[in-house]
Write a new protein. Structure first.
Length: 155
């Protein structure tokens, strides 16, 4: 149904055309990434997300907590009749490097989060956020911090 809706709406991206989004970038368990000049496209395989509804809820929470790196729904990709994978677009943080854990801890404290016992875990009474570690947090040349990927759950 999602595939049909995407085709009718003009936001279906055949899997053979995802390379048109950008140059293949780092990938993980959930996402294949494609890097363009001003954006990162993430094609999510839904393997670790708990389904499309849970993924969309996580995206909405990310956008509330980290608006500078908000996700925008871009479309659906997949192999016709077999797979459907949501595609999200995120602003590319140019000339950035991984932030240190001390920088991340300070940034999250400034947002009102309390560091938890496990590295990269934070809570604020409404949300638990984890996997906030250097591979998922960037710092640009101006010293601005950007959380580009994190796991989030409402308490």
């Amino acid at each position: 149904m999602a595939e049909q809706m995407a085709k009718v709406g003009g936001y279906w991206i055949p899997m053979m055309h995802v390379f048109d989004l950008g140059v293949p970038g780092p990938s993980g368990n959930e996402n294949d990434t494609y890097v363009a000049d001003d954006a990162i496209y993430k094609v999510n395989n839904l393997m670790n997300s708990g389904g499309i509804v849970a993924l969309l809820e996580k995206v909405l929470m990310h956008n509330v907590l980290f608006p500078d790196t908000a996700y925008q729904f871009h479309g659906f990709s997949g192999f016709e009749g077999r797979t459907v994978q949501p595609v999200f677009k995120q602003v590319r943080v140019a000339n950035a490097t991984p932030a240190t854990q001390i920088m991340i801890d300070t940034y999250m404290a400034a947002l009102g989060f309390v560091k938890q016992d496990d590295e990269g875990w934070f809570a604020n009474g409404q949300y638990v956020v984890w996997d906030v570690v250097p591979r998922n947090v960037l710092i640009d040349g101006d010293g601005d911090i950007f959380v580009v990927d994190a796991e989030i759950k409402r308490i």
